[in-house]
Every structure is written in C-alpha cells, then in structure tokens.
Design a protein around this ligand. Structure first.
Ligand code: IMP
Length: 196
C-alpha cells in the first residue's frame, strides 16, 4: 500500500521517510503525489492538528495519508510554544524563533522542556491510527550544532549532554519524539494490517 506524507516541512519529511522505510510500504510526500495542501492547523492539541492534516490529504487524494504535528513545550513558559512552535512570536525563520525563546528564558533557572510528536494516519474508509512520542531535555543558553532543524540547536538531551543538532540523523531518529511516535505507529499499523 502507498501512504502519502502530508507535510511540507523538509526536515520532518526527511526524518519520517527514513523511519517509515522500515514499513516495507511506499511512502511518498504530498508534493510527489501532486498535492499542494496547507491545511489550517486550528486544533489546540498536537493530536487534533495531526488529524486535520492527515484527513485533508486523505480526502483530497482518497489514499491513506500520514501527518505529524509536533513542537516544543517549555516548562517555565507554561508549555509554550507548544502547538504554535512553527509560528512562535510570528517569527519568519527558525533562527528568529530560537532567539526569541532564548530571550524569553533569560534569567530562568528551570530550563526543562520536551519535544512532542503526534502521528495520525487516516484511511479513505474513515479508519484512523494515532501515536504519540515525547523526548525530554533542557534548553541551552546558546545554540550548538549544525544538524536537524527548528529548535534542535538549543535542545539538549537529558542523558547525552548533546543538543539534537549535534547528533547524526540516525542518532536523532533513534531518540527523538518523532522517532518514538513513528515506532509506536509502525507497531499499530502492523496490527491494523494483520487484522484486515
Ligand atoms: P508543525 O508540526 O508543522 O506545526 O511544526 C512543528 C514545529 O515544531 C517545527 O516547525 C519546529 O519549529 C518544531 N519542531 C518539531 N519537531 C522538531 C524537531 O525534531 N526539532 C526541532 N524543532 C522541531
């Protein structure tokens, strides 16, 4: 079976394709499928937004579609930027968002944060599979590393002392919120297919 990845974020697409390669299914991006959907993320939770995106692609192409909604939740900021991670403060670039977050945490001792990823897969018959993954860390005082995307340079993993941006792609996928959500999703999808 073929699955459409409902995302326009190049960083996420690269990671999701690499991890979903294990499924033995064909996974193609929505642009490869000729779709240019940018669904309004009006949900207040990661789960809701992942479903909105997956449903929009599935309805448009009438094939199973997979979407991820993810973001960074910072404890001292009451869980912000959360579902607004991609548009934090109305900033236009990752660099501006990172700098705004560091400014908002200036002088703050509690720098605990977590990345969250929710995966949703919707099928043309209305069936839905969802999976959630989290990854805990702390926000650094300054960016470090060249890998990854988004907030990776300021997110230090609890047990390695490295930022996400200092990990190789494989290392990040093995521990990241998205990697964890996709592993759970992979298991649920295998069960779903076995029941068919
Ligand atoms: P959305 O899921 O497309 O709404 O966007 C999620 C946003 O959260 C991204 O644009 C990034 O700013 C941030 N984000 C999600 N996952 C990661 C990650 O693995 N590393 C760094 N930032 C991330």
């Amino acid at each position: 079976m073929r699955y459409i990845l409902a995302s326009n974020n190049k960083g996420k697409l690269k990671e999701m394709k690499a991890i979903l390669a294990n499924l033995g299914a064909e996974v193609i991006s929505q642009s490869e499928a000729g779709l240019s959907i940018d669904a309004d993320e009006t949900g207040t939770t990661f789960e809701e937004n992942a479903l909105i995106k997956a449903k929009a692609a599935c309805e448009a192409i009438r094939e199973p579609a997979i979407a991820d909604d993810s973001g960074l939740a910072v404890e001292a900021l009451g869980g912000a930027p959360g579902v607004y991670s991609a548009r934090y403060g109305g900033c236009a670039t990752d660099e501006e968002r990172v700098n705004l977050l560091l400014k908002n945490l200036e002088g703050e001792k509690n720098r605990r944060a977590k990345f969250v990823s929710c995966i949703a897969c919707t099928f043309p018959n209305g069936d839905v599979i969802t999976a959630r993954g989290e990854c805990e860390g702390v926000i650094t005082l300054a960016p470090r590393g060249e890998g990854g995307f988004g907030y990776d340079p300021i997110f230090e993993l609890l047990d390695t002392g490295k930022t996400m941006a200092e990990l190789s792609d494989e290392e990040k996928n093995a521990v990241s919120h998205r990697g964890r959500a996709l592993k759970i999703f992979e298991m649920k999808l295998r069960e779903y297919n076995a029941d068919k």
